[in-house]
Design a binder for this molecule. Structure first.
Ligand code: FAD
Length: 398
């Protein structure tokens, strides 16, 4: 990717080979997989798209993830439009390979990317959109694709008494590897995919003791069973009735996942897909089952508060860990950008997503704001094509 200066949109010539469909480009906010794939799909349709990325490179979120992270969706089912992931990545691409792929993707599709530009607010202006960006700049686009990420801003619960805790407390976003936790007693809070994997990483990486605070026991699935990836089941499940998928998942679980109740991790009392519909995707086993069975990761009750520096769990247990890692999720943080437009629900998620736009905001698209079990890379790839088609159709008056 070239080093980009913020272009004056009116002064930029269309890249070679593109038809001049409109003077004003489509602005894509965010240079992660969602934004890059939308830009590539737009370009393929001859629509000029400019990606605005606040950090200094594409794939900023992936660069910041912890060292041992691999995609839990397959290489093939995670490829973005127009460029396969290389076979050398293996079935489950590593974090570094994902970053390499995103860099290559931008280069391969000759995407126009401007780094170091944060968009703070967008407003309609006639049929166009006005973007307020870093340095007091204002840019006008014919349409906007918001791809700023589902995992935008770390969410840290406001635990009562937190200020009394004297140990090291950080959000999972700031966790890289177990090195700083050698011989430490660590409490990981939250048993989503991230919390589960960090707990295993700590246990394998030399922490003295690792406890995992669990509010709601998760569904745990094998990443792949007899060569069949869990993601494929997730794709099929989206077309089937919830109760049917819940029952099938229960059979699968009995066959492939041991009962960890005696180790402090009881079986969930709602079906897997019912839980997904409530927003909780299952935990893919990246070593948790084994670590819990061996007692290297100890599930404990949810963290409720702090009392005189001690962590107070939901069952009344008091703990004094050296460090706490909060794998407590993220906020979309879309309010400053678009909250004034009436396009968000009460949880701050876009009311219209993918190729659908809100009636109050034609030309304003969102991608990457769902968390499907079929895989976000896959869904963003599908949405990219749909958004490009919709933008093109709108330009043609369709
Ligand atoms: C630990 C983890 C593992 C995951 N593993 C998988 C997996 O295996 N398979 C899968 O399909 N999905 C996975 N996901 C989910 C999802 O695919 C990724 O989070 C993916 O990076 C989302 O892409 P995105 O482009 O929507 O957002 P991001 O990758 O977060 O990109 C958003 C970009 O927007 C930029 N930005 C934000 N705000 C602004 C602004 N106002 N102005 C300009 N730029 C801005 C950011 O700097 C960032 O570069 C995982 C997520 C996490 C957290």
């Amino acid at each position: 990717m070239a080093d980009h200066q913020l272009p004056d949109p009116s002064a930029l010539a269309d890249p070679p080979g593109l038809s001049r469909t409109n003077d004003r480009p489509v602005y894509v906010i965010g240079g992660g997989p969602g934004g890059l794939s939308a830009a590539a799909a737009l370009r393929k349709r001859g629509v000029r798209a400019v990606v605005l990325e606040k950090s200094d490179a594409v794939g900023a979120s992936w660069r910041a993830h912890y060292d041992r992270l691999h995609l839990h969706t397959t290489r093939r089912l995670s490829a973005l439009p127009g460029l396969a992931m290389p076979r050398q990545f293996g079935r489950w691409a590593s974090r570094d390979d994902v970053v390499r792929y995103l860099e290559k993707y931008a280069e391969f599709h000759e995407l126009e990317i401007v780094t170091g530009v944060e968009v703070s607010r967008i407003e309609p202006t006639g049929p166009d959109w006005l973007l307020y960006a870093t340095g007091g700049r204002q840019l006008t686009g014919r349409a906007v694709v918001v791809a700023t990420g589902y995992n935008h801003t770390p969410r840290l619960p406001d635990w009562p008494g937190l200020d009394t805790f004297r140990g090291d407390l950080r959000h999972a976003r700031d966790y890289r590897n177990p090195a700083p936790y050698q011989d430490k007693d660590v409490l990981v809070v939250g048993v989503g995919n991230t919390g589960a994997e960090i707990a295993v990483d700590l246990a394998e990486g030399g922490a003295a003791r690792v406890r995992l605070a669990v509010r709601t026991p998760p569904h745990i699935v094998r990443r792949s069973t007899a060569g069949w990836p869990a993601q494929r089941t997730g794709i099929l499940a989206r077309r089937l009735p919830v109760r049917l998928v819940d029952r099938a998942a229960e059979v699968m679980r009995r066959l492939s996942v041991p009962d960890l109740t005696a180790h402090g991790l009881p079986r969930p009392d709602t079906g897997l897909y019912s839980r997904v519909r409530e927003g909780a995707i299952p935990v893919q086993d990246a070593g948790l089952i084994d670590a819990v069975r061996k007692g290297r990761v100890e599930p404990v009750a949810a963290l409720e508060s702090f009392d005189d520096g001690k962590a107070v769990l939901a069952d009344g247990t008091l703990l004094s860990p050296d460090a706490i890692i909060a794998a407590t999720g993220y906020r979309r943080a879309l309010e400053p950008l678009v909250g004034h437009l009436g396009v968000l629900d009460e949880q701050g998620r876009p009311l219209a997503h993918g190729d659908r736009t809100h009636p109050k905001a034609p030309g304003l698209y969102f991608t990457g704001f769902t968390n499907p079990i079929s895989g976000m890379f896959r869904e963003m790839a599908l949405d990219a094509r749909r958004i490009a088609k919709a933008v093109n159709g709108a330009a043609a008056g369709l």
